[in-house]
Design a protein. Structure first.
Length: 657
């Protein structure tokens, strides 16, 4: 028998032993929610609830495996018939049993994201859409629009108008693509990833025996991370719990940060309304952070209106006050972070216990260069390094051609970006331009390039490309790499990025910041040397230093950092318009989500938090501007942090060393 009262705190114990009926557990950061869930499962099994009558829902396969392993470790046996996994995993299992009732066979196929995009691309070709003449979104973007509409249960038109307004004129055609896409999936006995939820809802709504069978079978339903559920998932939970009404939802509205993935915070905020008679439990004891860190987290969240009020309670000894640092600009910010990392390492803090978090991907550009200069190994969590992202490498390919005209790889990459130029035409053009070993491809292109024998569409793309090359190779532009980047962006690449990438607007913003970054250089050659010729920036994907270096520091967006923890956390880019992001300032709901991002960032830290505000920021349209500290800092009481300027941080480093 497990000693529940001895192994759980009073908050956790009450949840584990008393959560009958509809229950909402508000689990603050670092409060042991996973421990509470696995002990609840163990408690139910000890009370002779059959494993097949328990459903444990998580959001990732990794989390599901982790929970099952911990249940087994706690019980000392593995409950074989326990239902558990992600929503999609469980949906697949249910759909296999009733596939024929929905017009599928039990061996239906599942399309992954790549398969889905390939099928969407076939549908686009079926409609004979002329991409060369129109800025119509490509397959990846169309698939993303269809997916977001499905998961949010919003109309496709509303999704385009709110998230992709630059494609509003194409709504009727995108609707037609979706119709053909759905028809082809059904005809080929396939479902895509989203269908595992959509068809599951359809099954429960239209097949009474399925709803009756599963709702009676699942006597207890436990759902983790409820703040991250979308409208489909919320509906599934309501139907599955309709018979026994034993639903235990665990989550933290203060960590609801995934609305861009169709997660709906209303699911957790409206839980008592959706499940009458709900009992609310709070896990507020934090085992991770010092009292000083918890104080800024609590003070920050007190400014949100739409929330359950909680107060994280400390059990650890007092530590340092979080430090607010005002630095001149992002380059000074990068120098401080790199130096402080080395100092902390000498003080005994491993690099792996130091994380730098940021709101947007572009905010790490200066820092990545600085870390490479100082030979500090690092890993970008959940993605590639800034200068290795596809859209950054695309722009750099244009610039490399100007500096090194015989760079065949850059020619091929840049040519393939032009409408009408596929691999075959690209090879033909390069063969004509390169000619012999003494030929200058760049001069050949500008002098007689338009005379190449190409079909009309390919010739138009080639002609457009030549105009860009001619513009960025002018003598006055060679000393202004920022201006060259802006030219490439404004003369076609912005349109390309919006059409090709599902997060096209974010990538355009990255490129605007790349131009800002380049504005401090007076030579295109020097700029390219800094960003392309350093060992740390080789390869298409981020180099995983974990297998080669004994230690490395972590760079991460805050979204990717959720659920993790480090001894020291540095939050960079804390200026108005950067964090919170400028696009959130006009929408109260979006601004509250930005504040929740700040809460997530600071609660990743165990010992120390550095909040860094660059005073000067380069703006794509306005040039250099003076920024105010983020409102998330300004609204904190002054006694929550220690404020210092860059010169003071130099002294602080020496004192700590």
């Amino acid at each position: 028998m497990i000693d529940y009262s001895g192994q759980l705190n009073s908050e956790q114990y009450e949840v584990v032993t008393s959560s009958e009926g509809p229950c909402l557990v508000l689990a603050g950061a670092g409060s042991g929610k996973t421990r509470t869930l696995i002990y609840r499962v163990a408690y139910l099994l000890e009370k002779k609830v059959r494993p097949e009558n328990i459903l444990l829902v998580t959001f990732t396969n990794k989390a599901a495996r982790h929970m099952f392993d911990r249940v087994e470790s706690l019980l000392r046996y593995r409950p074989k018939k326990l239902w558990g996994g992600t929503f999609h995993h469980i949906g697949n299992r249910c759909l296999r049993e009733y596939a024929s009732r929905l017009g599928y066979t039990a061996n239906f196929g599942i399309l992954d994201r790549e398969d889905s995009r390939s099928l969407v691309n076939s549908c686009l070709q079926e409609l004979n859409i002329d991409f060369g003449q129109r800025r119509f979104p490509r397959a990846a973007v169309v698939e993303a629009i269809i997916s977001l509409a499905s998961n949010s249960r919003e109309s496709l038109a509303r999704i385009v108008q709110s998230k992709y307004p630059y494609f509003e004129e194409f709504i009727p055609e995108i609707e037609k693509v979706r119709e053909i896409y759905i028809e082809h999936k059904k005809a080929s006995n396939n479902m895509d990833y989203d269908d595992l939820l959509i068809k599951w809802v359809e099954l429960l709504e239209k097949v009474p025996e399925a709803l009756k069978g599963y709702s009676r079978q699942f006597q207890y339903i436990l759902v983790d991370e409820y703040q991250d559920t979308n409208r489909l998932q919320n509906g599934i939970v309501r139907m599955l719990s309709s018979y026994h009404n034993n639903i235990l939802a665990v989550g933290d509205d203060a960590q609801a940060i995934y609305s861009f993935r169709a997660a709906d915070i209303k699911n957790i905020l409206d839980f008592p309304k959706n499940f009458p008679g709900t009992r609310i439990f709070k896990l507020e004891t934090n085992y991770r952070s010092t009292p000083e860190i918890l104080e800024i987290a609590n003070q920050s969240m007190s400014n949100n209106i739409h929330q359950y009020h909680k107060c994280l309670k400390d059990i650890r000894e007092s530590g340092h006050l979080p430090r607010l640092l005002h630095v001149e600009d992002t380059k000074e910010e990068a120098r401080f972070v790199a130096r402080r990392m080395l100092e902390l390492r000498r003080e005994g803090v491993p690099l792996k216990e130091i994380a730098v978090l940021f709101r947007a991907r572009y905010q790490s550009a200066d820092l990545e260069l600085e870390l490479v200069k100082r030979n500090i190994p690092y890993v970008v969590r959940g993605g590639v390094r800034f200068f290795e992202q596809a859209h950054i490498k695309d722009i750099l390919a244009y610039l490399r051609i100007v500096v090194n005209p015989r760079d065949e790889f850059s020619w091929r990459r840049a040519l393939l970006l032009q409408p009408g130029l596929g691999p075959n035409f690209t090879r033909r053009i390069w063969s004509r331009l390169a000619g012999s070993s003494s030929a200058d491809p760049f001069k050949n292109a500008l002098s007689r390039g338009c005379k190449l024998d190409l079909p009309a569409k390919a010739k138009a793309g080639w002609s457009h490309f030549l105009k860009i090359l001619s513009s960025i190779s002018q003598p006055d532009i060679l000393s202004k790499p920022a201006e060259a980047i802006r030219m490439i962006l404004e003369r076609g690449y912005e349109r390309y990025a919006l059409s090709f990438f599902e997060d096209g607007q974010d990538r355009v913003e990255d490129l605007e910041q790349l131009a800002n970054f380049a504005s401090s250089y007076d030579s295109l050659g020097k700029f390219l040397t800094d960003v392309t010729l350093r060992e740390g920036f080789k390869g298409e994907t981020a180099r995983d230093t974990s297998n080669t270096d004994p230690e490395y520091t972590i760079l991460s967006t805050i979204h990717q950092a959720k659920g993790l923890e480090w001894q020291v956390v540095m939050v960079i880019g804390l200026s108005e318009g950067g964090f919170p992001h400028s696009k959130s300032l006009k929408d109260p709901d979006e601004l509250e989500e930005e504040r929740r991002l700040f809460y997530v960032a600071v609660t990743r830290a165990e010992e120390d938090v550095y909040l860094i505000h660059p005073i000067l920021r380069l703006d794509y349209n306005r040039g250099q501007i003076i920024t105010r500290p983020s409102r998330f800092v300004q609204e904190l009481p002054d006694d929550c942090y220690e404020e210092c300027t860059m010169t003071e941080t130099e002294e602080l480093i020496m004192e700590d060393a």
